[in-house]
Design a protein around this ligand. Structure first.
Ligand code: HEC
Length: 115
């Protein structure tokens, strides 16, 4: 009984810490790689945004053209968007970093997304 209780507590603690680490990492990566275009809060108002057409997406607002769930965002990050300033990050970032960003971008969205 006691051992089971400790195990459950450990599990809750470690998964909670993991989720927190992913979002902290996602946020840091966002400030380094995305903020210049998408803005500190992802509103599409970074310093480089004024000169870009189409302008960087406001990531806090839906709808997203290419899907807004973490998996869809990771996909957009891998491919980039042809004909726009949105670059591909498949060579610059690791798989783990891409997913941390996918979850972070998902957390910026104001309404729930099921895509
Ligand atoms: C050089 C500027 C630039 C950088 C850096 C950049 N983006 Fe973008 N991003 C854009 C532009 C411009 C678009 C809009 C393309 C369009 O309207 O089709 C875009 C679109 C997107 C979309 C697609 C939204 C949709 O409608 O589906 C996502 C998601 C996204 N960016 C996330 C990111 C993330 C995360 C990073 C950092 C890893 C990043 N971007 C870095 C310019 C940039």
């Amino acid at each position: 009984m006691t051992i089971r209780f400790i195990l459950v507590l450990t599990l809750i603690f470690t998964t909670g810490t993991w989720a927190q680490e992913v979002s902290v990492k996602g946020k840091q990566l966002f400030q380094v790689h995305c903020q210049v275009c998408h803005g500190v809060q992802g509103k599409g108002d970074g310093p480089a945004s004024v000169s870009l057409k189409p302008s960087p997406r406001d990531l806090t607002q839906r709808p997203y053209k290419y899907g807004c769930g973490p998996g869809a965002v990771v996909n957009t990050l891998r491919t980039g968007i042809e004909g726009t300033a949105m670059p591909s990050f498949s060579k610059t970032l690791s798989e783990e970093e891409l997913w941390a960003l996918g979850s972070y971008v998902r957390s910026l969205q104001s309404s729930c997304c099921s895509q």
